[in-house]
Design a protein around this ligand. Structure first.
Ligand code: FE
Ligand code: FE
Ligand code: ZN
Length: 303
């Protein structure tokens, strides 16, 4: 069965219950959320009544909580330890995030491994390893999915070998998985048109069973551009057919696919106002590209 959803919001008022409602409105059977704003580390207390309401609503709508994914805020940087205070803060935040995610009953937490900034690749990877060895515990029920990155700036894990060296050195590496992001892989230099070849390589280097999540995004940039700018399905350089081919790959059948494509702007505006996910999920289910996506989305939200 296709497991498809998108990034949805999570606000302090409705928490996970609000996220589930939003996912259902898109016709999704899974979703991804941040426990607060992606760009900061301010977090609210998890309300168990709202969590229970969310779980009930998921059950009623055939959303398997095992397929729901949380994303850690992207300002958490485990790769640079020059500022000790910041590095320790990131480690402690991640420890708390794992607890928060566990209390919500979620099993997967996606993490951007980090940027080495003024260090180098080797030191950066070492810092990530040390941090994960500090964070991971043998009894935790959450798996951390390290995301494949575009290699923008000094970002690490734009090569499978980076992820492999982290897996090799982390003690409780059974708590680690990988999140493939198609836009990031493209921008990192992997050809998404030849996805079977990529999967073979992934299986050789890391092991296909380690794939815990796929972020399905088209890219605004060419292969190897190291940019990381997401595009709506079929409107970028990867293309609709290649993305459908990835989404329906037999070997990834049980892996949740999450859309992180950009919101659609209002007519003659640069303000990204409308979520395209209901329409993109429809395109995926029908395996048919919608060349009127922007118009359809605007009509839907403005009617
Ligand atoms: Fe991400
Ligand atoms: Fe992503
Ligand atoms: Zn990205």
């Amino acid at each position: 069965m296709l497991i498809i959803g998108s990034h949805v919001s999570f606000n302090s008022k409705e928490q996970l219950f609000g996220s589930v409602k939003e996912a259902i409105s898109y016709g999704a059977n899974t979703f991804m959320f941040y426990t607060g704003a992606p760009q900061n580390t301010k977090r609210c207390l998890i309300n168990s009544d709202l969590t229970n309401k969310a779980k009930k609503l998921m059950m009623e709508n055939n959303i398997d909580i095992n397929n729901v994914v949380c994303h850690a805020p992207y300002i958490i940087n485990l790769a640079n330890n020059k500022n000790k205070e910041k590095y320790l803060f990131a480690i402690n935040f991640l420890k708390e995030e794992i607890k928060r995610v566990e209390s919500l009953g979620i099993k997967k937490l996606v993490l951007h491994p980090g940027s080495y900034v003024d260090l180098d690749i080797k030191e950066g990877i070492k810092n990530i390893i040390n941090a994960l060895n500090e964070v991971l515990t043998p009894n935790q029920t959450v798996k951390i999915c390290l995301e494949t990155m575009a290699g923008k700036g000094t970002e690490l894990c734009f090569k499978l070998e980076h992820i492999k060296s982290i897996f090799n050195e982390v003690k409780y590496n059974d708590k680690l998985m990988v999140c493939l992001d198609t836009c990031h892989l493209n921008d990192a230099g992997y050809d998404m048109e030849k996805f079977d070849e990529f999967l073979k390589e992934f299986d050789n280097v890391i092991g296909i069973e380690k794939i815990g999540c796929v972020h399905v995004n088209d890219s605004k940039n060419f292969i190897g551009a190291h940019k990381d700018r997401h595009e709506n399905l079929g409107y970028g350089t990867i293309g609709f057919d290649s993305l459908i081919n990835i989404i329906y790959n037999e070997k990834l059948q049980n892996v949740p696919k999450i859309l992180e494509t950009p919101y659609v702007c209002k007519e003659n505006s640069k303000e990204r106002s409308y979520a395209p996910y209901k329409f993109e999920i429809e395109e995926i289910i029908n395996k048919k590209f919608n060349n009127n996506l922007y118009k359809d989305v605007r009509c839907f939200y403005e009617k």
